[in-house]
Design a protein around this ligand. Structure first.
Ligand code: DOR
Ligand code: ZN
Length: 347
C-alpha cells in the first residue's frame, strides 16, 4: 500500500449546473476540492455580478452540511457585457474571472462572442484591473475541421488578443493539443492553461473506434494520441503554468445517448483517483500536488489550501459508481477504462 498526502486540491474549471442537478453533483466536488471556478453557461447565462451572486448563494445552499467549499464565480462574456460591472464585481470579490465562449462553440454558448473585437474595450478594463480571462479556445468557423479548431483559434484569436493586451491574464482552458501546450509554455508570464482529467486519459479513439461512445464526447473533442502525450508531459512536468480544470460537465444519459448528443464528461467523482493513476504511470506522483493544489492558486494570486487530503493506493481496485441518480435522470460517470486503485481519505 502506498500513501500520498497533499494539500487539498482546487478545480479551476467546473460545471455545477443548477437546481436538482446542482444538488446531485456538488457533493462529489466539495468532498475533495476546496474551491472551484464555476462555469457560467446556465440558461439564462450568468451575465452580471448580481446574477453571479445569486448563483453563488444557490451553490452555497446546496452544499452538504460541514463541507468547506468556496465557489469562485465567473461572468459569461457577451458583446453587451458592462466592463464596469466586471471590474466592480472583481473588486468586491464576487467574481474571480470572466469566461469567453465563442458563440456556438459549445453547450449554451449561443450568447457568446461573435466578433472578438467588440469585446476589446472589456479586455482593456480587465487588463487594467487584473481580472483574469478564462477562454474556451475553439473557432466556430464551419470550414475548419473540428480537430483543428483549437490550433486555428490560437492563431486567429488568442495570439492577437495576447499581443494586444499584454497585461491581460489569460487561462487557456481544457487544452487538448500540443499547439495549446506550446502556446502556454512559450507565452509570457500571465498565460496559464488548464488540463482536464479525461484528456490525459483518452484520445479520439475512445469516442469513435469500435462503436460510437457518447460518454467520451466533450468539447474540445479529444484529439489524436500524440496530443494526449503532450498534455501528459505538461501536466506532470510541474510547470507552474499548468493546472487542473476538470471540466466535469454532467448531462443526463438520454441527452448524451442521442442522435445529437451533448458534449460533456462527468468526472467529479473519480477525478483524483484517475489523476493519481496518471501521475503514478508517469513516475510523477511527487508533482501531483503542484498540478492540483499549487499552480492554480499561484496563477490566480490566491493562497494554497492549508488542509490536506490523503491518497491511498489499495491493492484491490476501488469501486466508483458507474452512474449517479440526479432527480432529472441518471448521469454516467467517466470510465477511464482501467481499474482504479487510488482512494481519497480525509483525516
Ligand atoms: O464538453 C463540454 N461540456 N465542453 C464545454 O465546453 C461545455 C461543457 C458543458 O457545459 O456541458
Ligand atoms: Zn467547460
Amino acid at each position: 500500500m502506498q500513501e500520498l498526502t497533499i494539500r487539498r486540491p482546487d478545480d479551476w474549471h467546473l460545471h455545477l449546473r443548477d437546481g436538482a442537478m446542482l444538488e446531485a453533483v456538488l457533493p462529489h466536488t466539495s468532498r475533495h476540492f476546496a474551491r472551484a471556478i464555476i462555469m457560467p453557461n446556465l440558461v439564462p447565462h450568468v451575465a452580471t455580478t448580481a446574477m453571479a451572486a445569486d448563483y453563488r448563494a444557490r451553490i452555497e445552499k446546496a452544499l452538504p452540511e460541514g463541507d468547506d467549499f468556496t465557489p469562485l464565480m465567473t461572468l459569461y462574456l457577451t458583446e453587451d457585457t458592462d466592463a464596469e460591472d466586471v471590474v466592480a464585481g472583481h473588486r468586491s470579490g464576487e467574481i474571480t474571472a470572466v469566461k469567453l465562449y465563442p458563440a456556438g462553440a459549445t453547450t449554451n454558448s449561443h450568447s457568446g462572442v461573435r466578433n472578438i473585437e467588440t469585446v476589446y474595450p472589456v479586455f482593456e478594463r480587465m487588463a487594467e484591473a487584473g481580472v483574469p480571462l478564462c477562454v474556451h479556445g475553439e473557432v466556430t468557423d464551419p470550414e475548419i475541421d473540428i480537430f483543428d479548431r483549437e490550433a486555428v483559434f490560437i492563431e486567429r484569436v488568442l495570439d492577437p488578443v495576447r499581443q494586444r493586451f499584454p497585461d491581460l491574464r489569460i487561462i487557456m482552458e481544457h487544452i487538448t493539443t500540443s499547439d495549446g501546450i506550446d502556446f502556454v509554455e512559450n507565452g509570457p508570464e500571465g498565460i496559464g492553461g488548464t488540463i482536464t482529467t479525461h484528456h490525459l486519459i483518452i484520445n479520439r479513439n475512445a469516442i469513435l473506434a469500435g462503436g460510437i461512445r457518447p460518454h467520451y464526447y466533450c468539447l474540445p473533442v479529444a484529439k489524436r494520441e500524440s496530443h494526449r502525450l503532450a498534455l501528459r508531459r505538461a501536466a506532470t512536468s510541474g510547470n507552474r503554468r499548468f493546472f487542473l480544470g476538470t471540466d466535469s460537465a454532467p448531462h443526463i444519459d438520454p441527452a448524451k445517448e442521442s442522435a445529437c448528443g451533448c458534449a460533456g464528461v462527468f468526472s467529479a467523482i473519480n477525478t483524483m483517483a484517475c489523476l493519481a493513476h496518471v501521475f503514478e504511470e508517469e513516475g510523477a506522483l511527487d508533482r501531483l500536488e503542484a498540478f492540483v493544489s499549487l499552480n492554480g492558486p499561484a496563477f490566480y494570486g490566491l493562497p494554497a489550501n492549508e488542509e490536506r487530503i490523503r491518497l491511498i493506493r489499495r491493492d484491490e481496485p476501488v469501486q466508483y459508481p458507474e452512474r449517479i441518480e440526479t432527480g432529472l435522470g441518471p448521469v454516467t460517470v467517466f470510465d477511464p477504462m482501467f481499474p482504479l486503485h487510488w482512494d481519497v481519505v480525509q483525516d
